[in-house]
Design a protein around this ligand. Structure first.
Ligand code: HEC
Length: 149
């Protein structure tokens, strides 16, 4: 009997050493609120980019593009299976039915922000290039994966 408890205790220790991060796992609430906050931040930054580019402030706009791009990459981890509902999520079930497509759109949106930072150096029409590499990705994803609001 003593042996058995010892073995169990040893297993618990090994498990907690192997998976130390499980103690810090985010709750469903933290994940849903976390992704909403990142999308909102992206929206604020996208609007700032538009304003900056109207007055040709290209260098000031570039770090914001990098920030949006980084947020999209982080967002890839913010749609686990257990976060389909609750906390006023606007995420549609279609995300989990088409996870590869959703992730590919997120990755494309991220890559396009890096392309945009490059393109604005030479683009003639800054509005057109923003539409193509920034705003169109919002609509492409929302039309299929975000609830109408
Ligand atoms: C690859 C998919 C995808 C892309 C690209 C994307 N979004 Fe979203 N967005 C979503 C989803 C899904 C939600 C719903 C998240 C939730 O409520 O859990 C959302 C939510 C939002 C919200 C609401 C956040 C809140 O507080 O509830 C805003 C604002 C937003 N997106 C703006 C944008 C803008 C602006 C862009 C482009 C610059 C963009 N999104 C690009 C998928 C995307």
């Amino acid at each position: 009997m003593i042996q058995k408890t010892k073995i169990i205790k040893t297993l618990i220790i090994i498990f907690s050493l192997t998976f130390p991060l499980s103690a810090h796992a985010m709750t469903v609430e933290e994940i849903i609120k976390g992704r909403k906050a990142m999308f909102s931040e992206n929206y604020q930054n996208a609007k700032k980019i538009s304003i900056l580019l109207k007055s040709k402030k290209i260098e000031e706009a570039k770090p914001l593009m990098k920030k949006i791009s980084d947020n999209y990459i982080k967002l890839l981890d913010y749609f686990p299976e257990n976060t389909k509902e609750g906390f006023k999520t606007g995420a549609l079930p279609s995300i989990w039915e088409n996870k590869d497509e959703f992730n590919a759109l997120m990755q494309k949106a991220s890559d396009d922000m890096i392309k945009l930072a490059k393109a604005i150096e030479t683009a003639e029409d800054l509005r057109a290039v923003q539409k193509e590499l920034m705003w169109s990705n919002c609509t492409a994803c929302h039309s299929k994966f975000r609830a109408p609001h």
